[in-house]
Write a protein that binds this ligand. Structure first.
Ligand code: MV4
Length: 447
């Protein structure tokens, strides 16, 4: 087991990882920018190293500073959290070259999944169902027209270096195809330095369902069920839940089994998320994330398993603490992302939190790095906390969520709490009847 872990992140996830380290008796080092000197995780860590000025590229993304902080403090592993360097293959390789363990998959697995064409080709080879479309990159218009005619319109053009909704163009008919292909490729070249694009059938009303997987480092793979993350705004998840209201136990076991086997065959190590669009009873792979995700606590709530403990165990060579048959699904969980933003316009609202009171009671978890008197710096993303609610079933979970939202007090800044108080009373949400476009349509109507 590791003696000392360096946490290369900030905010609620730095605190989340720190808690897991403490439970496992592992010493903690945090790195932070000058803007985060007063952060909770800096106060709670055994050691802290200031690695630079506020802009992320000079601090949380500065690989050399982070490696130097490892060398100075004698950390034997790095947990990257999510965002920042968590899916940077070069970072994983550099740490390995310095004999420091990256708590995550190999640089090569990160690289494969970061290239969306390569990721899709790999998924298909491993028996994961993918969206019908081009086999690899598409460059010429004639080939694009042939593929689009074959799969049928509408189609979507995606950048291979994109992902998470960046660099996509929809062509409703053949008349749109030429411009969609041209602009997608040009924009991808400018944004990512890679103009490769691919074509897929455009699914019009899917749900976003993702499967939590783990490779144990010894060639075995398991799944921890799915999360439904269909409620998004501009590709930012707002509300996540597990299990998906759209799936039955048979569908869950089928897609979970496919994913677990793929992870085993890939020889993948650590936590991963396989993302699907789900429409008319079918799953279609879109991407794989090679990190711990923001919404991992809903999976923890329904399985009772600490996924960060598992990441640390696997990275240290100790394997998983559970086999597939030990993973049982219990009840329902919902996560609300509390952002320091205007609840209608979503404009960031940094500043001082004058009062912070979190809800409690059975089935309530709040993961947050903020406190009364904390000043939110304007440099980073606006997530200030997550409310995760668990119940024996979805109805109980929703009742408890409504009550928890009533108790939650954040004064001094605007937050997205009022949005959740609206959503929890909405009939479609109560029925679990929503797709990836539901939230944007709802917000447009509310204006
Ligand atoms: C799609 C799609 C429809 N058809 N692919 C957006 C984020 C990226 N991960 C994939 N995305 C989409 N890919 C096909 N073939 C619709 C989306 C999409 C979306 C997906 C998940 C959650 C919210 C979304 C909002 C708009 C579009």
């Amino acid at each position: 087991m590791f003696q000392k872990i360096l946490i290369a992140n900030r905010g609620e996830i730095a605190l989340r990882v720190l808690r897991a380290c403490k439970e496992l008796g592992i010493q903690t080092v945090v790195v932070h920018s000058t803007a985060d000197a007063d952060a909770m995780h800096v106060r709670l860590a055994d050691e802290s190293v200031c690695i630079g000025p506020p802009p992320s590229r000079d601090s949380y993304l500065n690989i050399h500073q982070i490696v130097a902080a490892c060398e100075i403090t004698g950390a034997d592993a790095v947990h990257p959290g999510y965002g920042f360097l968590s899916e940077n293959a070069k970072f994983a390789d550099i740490l390995a070259a310095h004999n420091i363990t990256f708590i995550g998959p190999s640089g090569d697995h990160i690289r494969i999944m970061g290239d969306k064409i390569e990721a899709k080709r790999t998924a298909k080879r491993l028996g994961i169902p993918v969206v019908p479309g081009s086999d690899g990159a598409v460059t010429d218009q004639k080939e694009a027209r042939r593929i689009a005619a074959e799969i049928g319109y509408p189609v979507i053009i995606k950048a291979s270096a994109g992902g998470g909704g960046r660099g996509m163009k929809v062509a409703l008919t053949e008349d749109d195809l030429e411009i969609a292909l041209q602009t997608a490729s040009t924009e991808a070249g400018a944004a990512f330095g890679d103009d490769a694009v691919y074509i897929e059938k455009y699914l019009q009303k899917p749900r976003h369902i993702e499967v939590q997987v783990f490779g144990d480092g010894f060639g075995r793979g398991v799944h921890f069920g799915e999360r439904d993350c269909s409620l998004q705004r501009r590709h930012q998840k707002v509300w996540e839940e597990a299990p998906s209201p759209a799936l039955n136990a048979e569908e869950r076991a089928r897609i979970g089994g496919i994913c677990a086997k793929a992870i085993a065959d890939l020889g993948y190590s650590g936590a991963g998320t396989i993302e699907f669009l789900y429409e008319n009873g079918e799953f279609y792979f879109i991407e794989m994330n090679t990190r711990l995700q923001v919404e991992h606590p809903v999976t923890e709530a329904i399985t009772g398993i600490d996924l960060v403990h598992e990441q640390i165990r696997v990275a240290s060579g100790g394997g998983l603490s559970v086999r597939q048959e030990d993973i049982k699904f219990n009840g329902h969980a919902i996560e609300c992302r509390i952002n320091a933003e205007d609840p209608r316009t979503f404009t960031p609202s940094p500043g001082t939190i004058t009062h912070f009171h979190t809800p409690g009671g059975l089935g309530i978890r709040v993961d947050s790095g903020v406190y009364s008197g904390y000043k939110i710096p304007p440099y980073y993303d606006s997530l200030i906390g997550k409310l995760i609610v668990h119940g024996r079933n979805r109805v109980e979970c929703m009742m408890r969520l409504r009550r928890a939202l009533d108790e939650f007090v954040v004064d001094g800044i605007k937050t997205t709490l009022p949005l959740f108080r609206d959503l929890v009373g909405n009939a479609d949400i109560a029925n679990g009847d929503y797709d990836i476009h539901w939230l944007e349509k709802y917000l447009a109507k509310e204006e």
